[in-house]
Design a protein around this ligand. Structure first.
Ligand SMILES: Cc1cc2nc3c(=O)[nH]c(=O)nc-3n(C[C@H](O)[C@H](O)[C@H](O)COP(=O)(O)OP(=O)(O)OC[C@H]3O[C@@H](n4cnc5c(N)ncnc54)[C@H](O)[C@@H]3O)c2cc1C
Length: 317
């Protein structure tokens, strides 16, 4: 590890490592700083990852780290705690005390899932408490699925899960009453609607039941929740960036390739695209890496022209 890189990538999940591979393959010097807490760490398997279907998420990232390092990227386990701009680029401070400089910064910091505050949700998160029917819906197909409503998206989420099981119960909890059209659809599909606040999810080594405050108990095998998705954007704010609001949380706005409004700062993966899965996050990392290299080759070419002109200029007397 040195103190100066073409690019510092903060976050070594799918997005950050893919950016590092792309940049390394373009012979850019890259540092990846990773705190080692990928969002899907609680899940035993990652699905819809073409060619690696059902892979252990940590095994996938270990392979990605090896691939990035194979192209010369330096990957360190640490947390970036500050970022600021100086004349010669961006300066990133790590919790371990290192200070590194870069021409470009990629924020691949992911997001934080803010879970509903119901006992049992956190304990079973990533196992039989899930949020994404595409990630883990198939695993609970045909089982007894509850949906914990906390927003007006719950009816849509319920329909997605009803596609996978004919035993689905929508617990209205803190969510709004479904609109008439939604209620008609849910009832026509045999979805049970349960009104009342959920007190807890009963579980031992597996989820057992949803228990309401009035004491009523409903046996379930899985529960779907809708976390609030909050982009990990502290460094972006420190650099003067503004966080954007989304119906499902917050995100760092960017161009389709990942360029942000803050010069030199790029973003990829869940920090900018709350719905991106592993494949989409990796693809965004590749795009950001390519976009940055594209910028740097032009910057390098302009610098080369300036040097050539200086060399040709008559020496001043
Ligand atoms: C329970 C669960 C199951 C999922 N299952 C699937 C699935 O089956 N298939 C699928 O495609 N998707 C799945 N996903 C979504 C998947 O986790 C995300 O798409 C993916 O992790 C996004 O990649 P990322 O690189 O943007 O962020 P992350 O993977 O979250 O990586 C971000 C990294 O940045 C690090 N970081 C953050 N801030 C800093 C900092 N300041 N300094 C240093 N490091 C920092 C974090 O520690 C983390 O390692 C699941 C999500 C959840 C919550």
């Amino acid at each position: 590890m040195t103190d100066r890189y073409d690019v510092v990538v903060v976050g070594g999940g799918a997005a950050g490592l893919a950016a590092a591979v792309t940049l390394g393959r373009s012979l850019r010097s890259v540092l990846v700083v990773d705190a080692g807490e990928p969002r899907n760490a609680h899940a035993a398997a990652a699905h819809n990852v073409l060619g690696r279907e059902g892979v252990d998420p940590r095994e996938l990232l270990a392979a990605g780290r090896r691939e990035a390092e194979g192209y010369g990227a330096v990957v360190v386990q640490d947390r970036a705690v500050d970022a600021r701009r100086e004349d010669d680029g961006l300066v990133v401070t790590l919790a371990g005390g290192d200070v590194v400089r870069a021409r470009r910064l990629v924020l691949a910091t992911g997001l934080t899932d803010v879970l509903p505050d119901v006992p049992g949700v956190r304990e079973r998160w990533g196992a039989d408490v899930l949020h994404c029917p595409y990630c883990h819906g198939w695993e609970v197909r045909g089982r007894r699925i509850g949906v914990l409503a906390t927003s007006d998206n719950a009816a849509h989420q319920t329909l997605l899960l009803r596609q996978l099981s004919d035993d689905v119960t929508l617990f209205l909890h803190t969510g709004p009453e479904p609109a008439d059209e939604e209620r008609e659809q849910l009832e026509a599909l045999g979805v049970r609607l349960v009104r009342g606040t959920v007190a807890r999810l009963e579980h031992d080594d597996a989820l057992r039941a949803v228990v309401l405050e009035d004491g009523s108990r409903y046996d379930v095998d899985a529960v779907a929740v809708a976390p609030r998705f909050v982009a990990n954007a502290d460094l972006y704010v420190r650099l003067g960036g503004e966080i954007s609001d989304h119906a499902f949380g917050t995100y760092i706005a960017s161009s389709p390739g990942g360029r942000t409004d803050v010069p030199g700062v790029w973003v990829a993966g869940n920090a900018t695209d709350l719905a991106a899965m592993v494949g989409g996050s990796a693809a965004a990392g590749v795009l950001a890496g390519a976009g940055i290299n594209g910028e740097l080759v032009h910057e390098d070419a302009e610098a080369a022209v300036a040097r050539a002109r200086r060399a040709l200029a008559p020496a001043s007397t």
